[in-house]
Design a protein around this ligand. Structure first.
Ligand code: G3I
Ligand code: 9MR
Ligand code: ZN
Length: 548
């Protein structure tokens, strides 16, 4: 089929604008809402690329800078409509942030804010400590992780980190309203993003055991059926402390301290004290305490093979927050360990420089961001800055190998591929700031365009945003609530060559990487949502906003 793929949300007036065609058309036209041609041009033939498997022609229409709604036409094909406007991504940003509210656990969702997606308080019972004969613990609150109702410490810490580093780098995020209940802390009204993040921080505080260690997760033994969260009454269990969870919490509390201290000193001090307590635990437990689901437990395991990147992040974040040399010394030691480890271990879930990675497992890139914020003149900071610039250069080369200007290679199309991309876009955002020349904006823009429809699925991977936005996320409340549309702003995991769920077997396994996708609620390996797939998009959009 002849297709023209565009960013279905739209383009910024002064931004780069590209559409991708999968058929031979020499000329293309841009038409406005009345059907009038407002611009015409010639396509460039890129050729066939590995990620889409299509013979690509590219239409560039940067000069279209008048506000309006348009389509691209070529041959017998017409694209979906898109907007050109300075506020084109404002609604998207608000909805990306609002999703954290919709995913709140414990708290009831109020119809005033949640509209028809309101629900009663959920997961209110105290949790048993798995395998231990000790009193139950109250760990209510926080955000559901994803399409399931689990709450996982490392995943939660990483999502919070994306948001809070976003606040540190792009202060404007503090002015983004997301239509959530106001929170007054020590007499000051918190900006919405901080009010929302506090929900997760308060929960993570409860996940810390008396001795400073942090429980890896709190979930039921197995995932619930497709029911509303308040109908999930299975027993909750706290699963064993891991050194990854403890380190990630030490890091994210130190980071949060640097922000909340301007609003509520007592709360910030509480976070810092909890961070230091976690860090002491790490010092007293130098061997990795890894986590794997015990027999009889089938919820997510977020297992990692080592905890070095986590310890590195903790040391960097505490160094940034305190300026104390002992943390810099620790960061240097962990840097060396991770570099050695990375040189010998098989690559796990990341393609580039390990010191730029900021996913749920590899978190050294988050530590690097703390060093960049501190911006001291030292060898460690220099070398991680180089890592970011080197990685940005690698990503540019990757993008030159496909017609979408997309910084993804075949190996990135794994479970949560959209986050692989968003992590790269975060790196490019940092590189842009370090370099000062905004020379990576075009790569970031193409990434946004891809996520919002400029892809061979002709699909926007954010609910409610784009004429062909996906509509069937693997998300329990969405399936159970009887409401036709999911709430807007949810980022899908996206194409995954692994096709790792039963329904995904409906996809032809020989499909090109970009086509290994199905918009079906059963497809948790292709179409689930998570907090840490929304959070990097907030960071990247904040960078784009800071440039316009
Ligand atoms: O690291 C390997 C890489 O070396 C290999 O080339 C590639 C292709 O097979 O796979 C990479 O590993 C993948 C790993 O994620 C790395 O990120 C695995 O295949 C893939 O199965 C694994 O997926 C994770 C999935 O849980 C299963 O463990 C997702 O990243 C992770 O986001 C997801 O998390 C779940 C939670 O457990 C429960 N809540 C929902 C959440 C989202 O689906
Ligand atoms: O809904 C679960 C999803 O959040 C997880 O990512 C996925 C992998 O852990 O598991 C999903 O739950 C499925 C379970 O693992 C197996 N039975 C069917 C469940 C729902 O499709
Ligand atoms: Zn809940």
């Amino acid at each position: 089929m002849n297709s023209i793929w565009v960013d279905q949300v739209g383009y910024l007036p002064n931004g780069k604008k590209r559409a991708v065609l999968n058929f031979d058309a020499d000329e293309f036209e841009v038409t406005d809402e009345s059907g009038k041609t407002v611009l015409s041009g010639h396509t460039d033939h890129f050729g066939t690329d590995e990620i889409s498997g299509e013979d690509i022609y590219v239409a560039v229409f940067d000069e279209l800078n008048t506000d309006g709604r348009y389509r691209i036409k070529a041959g017998d094909a017409t694209s979906v409509s898109f907007k050109v406007s300075g506020d084109v991504y404002n609604g998207l940003m608000k909805d990306l942030l609002k999703c954290f509210y919709y995913l709140r656990c414990g708290d009831a969702l109020d119809p005033e804010y949640a509209g028809e997606y309101y629900h009663a308080p959920c997961h209110m019972s105290a949790a048993k400590v798995f395998g231990e004969d000790v009193p139950e613990v109250n760990v209510t609150g926080g955000w559901h992780d994803a399409g399931d109702f689990g709450r996982y410490s490392t995943a939660g810490a990483v999502a919070v980190a994306h948001l809070l580093y976003g606040v540190r780098f792009f202060g404007d995020l503090l002015n983004t309203g997301s239509d959530i209940p106001k929170v007054v802390s020590a007499g000051k009204t918190l900006p919405d993003i901080l009010a929302e993040v506090k929900v997760e921080l308060d929960f993570l505080l409860k996940m810390q055991r008396e001795d400073g260690g942090v429980w890896h997760k709190v979930t039921t033994l197995y995932h619930a059926e497709f029911i509303m969260p308040e109908d999930d009454h299975d027993d909750l269990y706290l699963f064993p402390v891991s050194s990854m969870a403890t380190a990630d919490i030490a890091a994210v509390f130190a980071l949060a301290y640097t922000i909340y201290k301007d609003y509520d000193g007592a709360y910030a001090d509480k976070l810092l004290a909890a961070s230091l307590k976690a860090y002491e635990w790490l010092k007293a437990n130098p061997e990795p305490l890894l986590f794997h689901n015990p027999p009889g437990n089938g919820t997510g395991d977020y297992s990692e093979d080592e905890d070095i990147s986590n310890r590195f992040w903790a040391a960097c974040a505490l160094y940034e927050a305190s300026g104390e040399d002992k943390y810099l010394k620790d960061a240097c030691a962990e840097y060396k360990s991770l570099a050695d480890y990375d040189a010998h271990a098989p690559r796990k879930g990341y393609q580039g420089d390990v010191f730029t990675c900021m996913g749920w497992a590899e978190v050294a890139g988050l530590g690097s961001m703390s060093l960049i914020l501190r911006d001291e003149n030292n060898a460690l900071t220099d070398s991680i800055k180089q890592s970011f610039m080197k990685e940005a250069g690698r990503l540019r080369t990757v993008a030159s190998k496909n017609g979408f200007n997309l910084c993804m290679s075949k190996a990135d199309f794994i479970w949560g591929s959209n986050m692989e991309l968003l992590k790269y876009m975060m790196i490019l955002s940092i590189a842009d700031r370090l370099d000062g020349s905004d020379k990576y904006i075009d790569l970031i823009t193409s990434g946004i365009d891809y996520l919002l429809g400029m892809n061979s699925m002709d699909t926007s991977y954010v609910t409610g945003h784009g004429e062909h936005a996906y509509r069937n996320p693997h998300l329990r409340p969405t399936v159970a609530d009887g409401i036709e549309e999911p709430w807007p702003g949810l980022v899908s995991g996206g194409p995954n060559m692994g096709l790792q769920d039963a329904r995904a077997k409906d996809v032809d396994p020989d499909s090109a990487p970009m086509k290994c996708y199905l918009d079906h609620e059963d497809c948790y390996s292709l179409n689930e949502i998570t907090i840490y797939w929304n959070s990097p998009f907030v960071f990247v959009l904040a960078h784009i906003f800071s440039n316009t």
